[in-house]
Design a protein around this ligand. Sequence first.
Ligand SMILES: [Zn+2]
Length: 503
Amino acid sequence: MHRNLWIATAVAVATLSFTAPVSAGENPKDVAFLAIDRNTDAMAKIGDSIYYFAELGMQEFESAKLLKEVLESGGFTVELGGAGMPTNVWAKWGSGKPVIAIVTEVDALQEGSQTPNVFDHKPLVDGAPGHMEGHNTHGGVATTAAFAVKEAMQRFNIPGTVMVSFGPAEEQILSRPFLVRAGYFKDVDAAIILHIGDNSSTGYGLQNYAAISSKFTFHGRTAHGAVNPWDGKDAVDAVELMDIGFDKLREHLRPTYRAQRTITMGGLQPNIIPDTGQIWWYVRDATGPAAKETYDKLVKIADGAALMTGTTYDVEYVASAWPQIGNKVIAGAIQKNIEQVGLPQWTPEEIQFAKDFQHARGVKEVGLSTQPPPLGTRPQSSSSNDNGDVTWNVPTGLMNFPASVPGILYHHWAAGVTPTSSIAHKGMVIGAKVLAASVLDLMTSPELRADAKKQFDKDTQDTKYFTLMPPEAKPPLDLNRAMMEQFRPAMAKFYLNEHPKFQ
Ligand SMILES: [Zn+2]
């Protein structure tokens, strides 16, 4: 449905566009870089505004509103609410093939609130969420790069469509399987996923792990633990037996597997036979099918635990992800742009700030990155990211941009110190340029797209994508709502109230 609407809008936008004659020596990448240089203030304001919104997954309402506003100021058509998620942002400019998508996220983390540029743990609002993984910078980089690509396409009459996707709740590994299932990536020819880093880098091959997360709730019958326990069916016994059962399985799983659990309902008090017990599982492995195989065994163990205890159970799907597979051909193109764009010209003050920060955090005082790493296979990590599902459906390049301080690890309040600093702002400019140039490469080179597709076909030859979600899975729209409602009034006092526009 959204597609038809877009076609109409795209035609309208295309008719209105005005193109001055192209002068000799001008090229699309230079036009894009100039557009980025012209909009560095807007880009910084977008990133900084989102930092102070600090919204948790599925509650990115202010961030989504701002992204829509700025993308519209740049001529994009923006849809909010796709795939049943109110904070999903899907934007496009242009029409027809090729379709190149920029994919990222802007959600914050629980208890990440931090006063910027201060080395001590000093929350802006006690206990509130905050950007301790710098996702706020993604908002600035993705929108500004998309705008720059549009400027170059317009100037050179380059055919095609540039898409921008901000998926909700990346930190909960949530939204991308829903976007894929809803068909958003069906017509996309290639994609680039961006993420903050402490250097400009790309990689290819399997980059992280598949994951499936579900809660198993057992239902029994309550009774007095001392008076008539024989009338009871103990749901927490079932939870324990499921845990023990899986421990017996561990020996027979691939060495690559990971599995963790937490008991989320464990009864009320000892003399009440619990009629409800719940255990929440994460099952991971190096590939989607391997994770699914272990997960299916886990479900069998739940069957056994229920049988042994005379209980029943239901499963609540929480999240799933395929491992990211980075396309080697696109990585090669990104690497060339990384080397061409270079790294920021850091001032002595910025380098000293980074060293003082590293000293304060007890890590190696290396300052800031000045040399991008050479292209090579980055090792596969055992963490997961829901945009993995995109990479099994579309040839996808992965890129990191140098907007944080080496040695300062994410998911820690310390990573909330610099995402609005000049270090972040300068790294964002580099990120936007590498991203815009790489999107333009894909947009303008049929050979590059064909090679990337060939690589994709090879990578996915033996492993075909299937969704790890059960068919009835729905996005959990209430996720993090109570927490955001609790903290938003105090956090709102810090909002920048900026309305950046592209020019
Ligand atoms: Zn992230």
